[in-house]
Design a protein around this ligand. Structure first.
Ligand code: ADP
Length: 383
């Protein structure tokens, strides 16, 4: 997508710079034997085929790929113009070279013969260099994205396979603890309790890894649309209320009366808010957790404030890294994987929002997420 935009812009600028009637960008395929037209700029639809063409059948491009610009003064008489689509008389073809390696060609066309000279070739050279560098970076980005998706798929498959044996083991251990296999000595009960806690930790890790992989899965983007933020915040607070009560915490919601529509998926927003509220409850031994929803001009904002253990200053830059846990959190007897905030950040950025944290050790923390507010007529901008 990004590459398409770059190439179309490249053709447009080349056309304007040389006052040509049309321009086209051809990209060399990996085997270096074929070229595909990747962009066209002209008054009407692009002439000719979009099928890949053999470099050997187009002496114009073959020459240019060797590193030299080629000027055709009249396509009706110059044999180099053979197999160039369209009815243009003048053609200038220059190479797209990235660090001396050819990655394609840039063509400009004019209806009248003799339009292009060496000065046009010189004018296009810096544009071609810039274009080739942009093509190389867009391709590198595409392969990185594919690598990231591959990693996410791998995590998804392996953790999915782990999930059922772990939950079977957990229910067996719980059965033993309830006495289904006979009475346990104190020591046996203690050992099984410890196994059960470890399995809890493993289940958390599996769920977080699956969330992390799902957040990176490209297919999620197709399910995105306008979602009501207020509803997700409400669900997160209701979900965590029993846990807060167990700990004697005052978990409070300060809602916003106005419906706040943001971009995302219901599942994704629920994950973000549940993670933040659950962390606040988890890392607050006593006191309160307050969740506030508000509208700020064209933004929707949620703050989760707690009176908990706080975050050491040196831990703040690492907070959103996968598997990072601050030392004061590790010292608490609370299960954690260090993946929750990495998942939250991924999702918030996916929905064009941002997340900030303010904290002081021993005093508490405030996590703030802000999303652009969506007016229903703006939806299409996000697709
Ligand atoms: P974890 O599974 O450890 O909770 P997260 O990714 O959700 O992992 O959070 C990463 C770390 O950020 C935590 O281990 C903890 O050190 C810190 N943290 C997150 N939320 C809070 C909070 N509300 N109060 C104090 N520390 C927090």
């Amino acid at each position: 997508m990004e590459l398409d935009r770059i190439l179309t812009r490249l053709a447009d600028v080349a056309r304007a710079l040389t006052q040509a009637d049309a321009a086209a960008v051809y990209l060399l395929e990996e085997d270096a034997a074929r070229l595909t037209r990747a962009a066209f700029s002209g008054p009407s639809a692009a002439p000719g085929l979009r099928e890949p063409i053999e470099v050997n059948t187009r002496s114009l491009d073959k020459e240019a790929l060797a590193g030299r610009p080629v000027i055709v003064q009249d396509a009706h008489t110059d044999p180099q113009a053979l197999n160039v689509p369209g009815d243009y008389r003048s053609i200038l073809c220059i190479p797209l070279l990235h660090q001396t390696a050819p990655c394609g060609t840039l063509h400009v066309y004019a209806a009248r013969p003799g339009q292009f000279g060496a000065d046009d070739a010189a004018r296009l050279a810096p544009l071609a260099d810039l274009g080739a560098a942009l093509i190389a970076s867009a391709r590198a980005l595409e392969s990185l994205t594919a690598l990231e998706a591959g990693k996410a798929r791998f995590i998804q498959v392996t953790t999915h396979e782990l999930r059922s044996p772990v939950s079977v083991a957990q229910s067996l251990v719980r059965g033993v603890l309830k006495g289904y296999a006979g009475a346990l000595t104190e020591k046996q009960a203690d050992i099984f309790e410890r196994i059960s806690r470890r399995l809890d930790g493993l289940e958390n890790l599996i769920n977080d890894l699956l969330d992390l992989a799902a957040g990176k899965a490209p297919q999620l983007a197709e399910q995105e649309g306008p979602v009501l933020l207020n509803a997700s915040v409400g669900r997160a607070v209701v979900l965590l209320q029993p846990r807060a009560e167990e700990k004697g915490l005052d978990l409070r919601l300060q809602p916003c009366r106005e419906p706040l529509m943001v971009w995302g998926t219901e599942e994704g927003l629920d994950r973000i808010l549940t993670n933040l509220v659950s962390n606040a409850v988890k890392y607050t031994p006593s006191g309160s957790v307050t969740v506030t929803v508000r509208r700020l001009a064209d933004q929707a904002q949620v703050t989760v404030t707690d009176t908990g253990i706080g975050i050491p200053e040196e831990a703040l830059p690492h907070l959103f890294e996968e598997f990072y846990r601050a030392p004061n959190a590790k010292a608490l007897n609370e299960v954690g994987t260090g993946l929750g905030l990495a998942i939250v950040k991924d999702l918030v950025e996916r929905y064009k929002g941002r997340i900030e944290v303010n904290s002081a050790v021993g005093q508490g923390s405030t996590f703030t997420v802000t999303f652009p507010l969506l007016h229903l007529d703006e939806q299409s901008d996000y697709n």
